[in-house]
Design a protein around this ligand. Structure first.
Ligand code: NAP
Length: 486
């Protein structure tokens, strides 16, 4: 008959610290006393589903176990014995963690089913329950308390260890193929830093420019792209106050490096995530929402009746701009490349949508509205002359980006005939102080929580599939935001 063993406990440490150890399928010889030595076969990663750990117990038994599932969102892993000198047959075990509300502690559930030779049921059940699970609970507690000598039990003091993690690296500037996933050890946080377990990473068109080498100072090689992410705090470095392990956070910063499952960031960048905002929505809307916020409120001064032309109106920034501008009473005109994108832009408050794939829109804007008071342009060079032609008298052309190519030098006199103005802003200048970052992010969280932004449209890719996400963005195949899931 199939045997079942179930044990659970509460560990006095935040879930991220406990999970950081348990998700590493090869960590057990560092914290579990019964394991003498362990290695992952075939040079695979220790968090790669399908990897096999081969280990020896203190009593000389040898076991090979395979990782079947690993779910960072559910804090759950499943594994099975594929070969063993102990007589456990068809052994499948599951480890699940849950945060203990407001206590900074973790509920740990460990269960398994297996067969045994006849007559040995009780002996083997006790061995698993006490020798493996209950001893493991005690051993991990001691490990997390930071005993300097894990087997000797020296005086406890907190020790931050490197964590096995993944990241996406650019070794040479170029096409999407240069984005390569790799394993790395995420070091403990330094002074003023916080180590973040990142679950959702925002993809922005800026990441494409950096990958192509347009702004080398922002992505020196080899480099990790990405400006924003959401997740939770693993641990904090010296001198950090007011942030604790387990806190849900997001950040947006002017230094690239977010395409990683774990990252150290300055504590000063962190923004607390309200319960109503999930990680994916935060990563999908933080940089883009803050951009829409400064464009609408500050630079564009959008108000009732403003004739606003939004390019790529169904894109990540575009949809947020349409929704925000419609709320302010603006008359929103959008350009998109397909009918489906037109439908999405309309649903977010875009009054008129021009469907064009070849950047011809000026006549339509003049016909519909007599010109645009404000143009938000992420298209760049291919739309240059049409933008000049689409402006209304005293109009303001905001050159936000260059998806079609870098804007060629503009003769100031080109603006003269319409007494027009031109800006070339960057989001980081509009969140330069902690107060400004907090205030802008809070407006984004509020809009997400109260439904004014609706449910963000999110296309998800695995962190290791960042190249695929970039390819789709550059092929104009996406609508809404792209998020890498770690
Ligand atoms: N300066 C800042 O502060 C700041 C901040 C955030 C974003 N941005 C800029 O704002 C723009 C939008 O950013 P996003 O991340 O939200 O991207 P996105 O709008 O989701 O994606 C780019 C969109 O641009 C359009 N596009 C037109 N020609 C293209 C081409 N040749 N190649 C690729 N795409 C083309 C496509 O929409 P259609 O197919 O509908 O034309 C595409 O979906 C980008 O230029 C970005 O650099 C600037």
């Amino acid at each position: 008959m199939l045997q079942r063993v179930v044990r659970s406990t509460v560990i006095d440490a935040p879930i991220e610290r406990v999970w950081a150890v348990l998700r590493d399928f090869n960590s057990h010889d560092r914290w579990h006393d019964v394991v003498a030595e362990s290695r992952i076969e075939g040079g695979e990663r220790s968090d790669q589903v399908g990897c096999v750990r081969s280990f020896t117990l203190q009593d000389g038994h040898r076991i090979r176990e395979q990782l079947l599932t690993l779910d960072d969102r559910e804090y759950r892993s499943t594994y099975t014995i594929v070969e063993a000198t102990v007589p456990l047959q068809r052994y499948v075990a599951t480890v699940t963690l849950r945060p203990v509300t407001d206590a900074g502690a973790t509920f740990w559930h460990w269960e398994s089913t297996f067969d045994t030779p006849p007559g040995r049921e009780r002996e083997l059940r006790d061995m698993v329950a006490q020798g493996v699970y209950e001893a493991g609970f005690a051993n991990l507690r001691r490990h997390l308390a930071g005993a300097a000598d894990l087997r000797g039990g020296a005086a406890p003091m907190p020790v931050a260890l490197p964590l096995a993690a993944r990241r996406v690296v650019v070794a040479a500037y170029g096409g999407a193929d240069v984005l390569r996933g790799e394993a790395f050890d995420a070091p403990p946080p330094g002074p003023g830093e916080v180590r973040v377990r990142q679950r959702a990473i925002g993809v922005n068109y800026l990441d494409v420019y950096l990958r192509r080498g347009f702004i080398p100072a922002m992505l020196p090689l080899p480099g990790v792209p990405g400006m924003e992410a959401a997740g939770s705090v693993i641990d904090v470095g010296p001198g950090v106050h007011g942030v604790s392990a387990g806190d849900r956070v997001a950040y947006l910063g002017p230094r690239a490096g977010a395409y990683a499952s774990v990252r150290n960031v300055p504590a000063d960048w962190l923004l607390r995530l309200p319960a109503a905002v999930d990680d994916d929505s935060a990563a999908a809307t933080l940089l883009k929402g803050v951009t829409a916020d400064y464009l609408l409120r500050d630079l564009g001064r959008i108000g009732r009746g403003t004739r606003l032309l939004v390019h790529a109106a169904a894109g990540g920034v575009g949809l947020l701009l349409c929704a925000g501008a419609a709320r302010l009473g603006a008359r929103v005109i959008g350009t998109v490349s397909t009918d489906e994108k037109a439908r999405l832009a309309r649903a977010q408050g875009c009054d008129e949508v021009i469907v064009t794939r070849d950047y011809r829109f000026a006549d339509a804007v003049q016909r519909l509205a007599g010109g645009a008071d404000v143009i938000v342009d992420g298209l760049g060079d291919a739309a240059r002359d049409e933008n000049l032609a689409a402006l209304a008298a005293r109009g303001h052309w905001i050159s936000l980006g260059q998806a079609s190519g870098a804007l060629q030098a503009l003769d100031p006199d080109a603006l003269l005939a319409k007494s027009a103005s031109f800006s070339r802003p960057v989001v980081f200048a509009y969140m330069a102080t902690r107060e400004e970052r907090q205030a802008r992010a809070q407006r984004v969280w509020d809009a997400l929580a109260d439904g004014t932004l609706g449910r963000p449209l999110i296309e998800r890719h695995a962190l290791d599939a960042a190249a695929q996400a970039h390819r789709r963005l550059e092929q104009r195949a996406t609508a809404g935001a792209l998020v890498l899931v770690a």
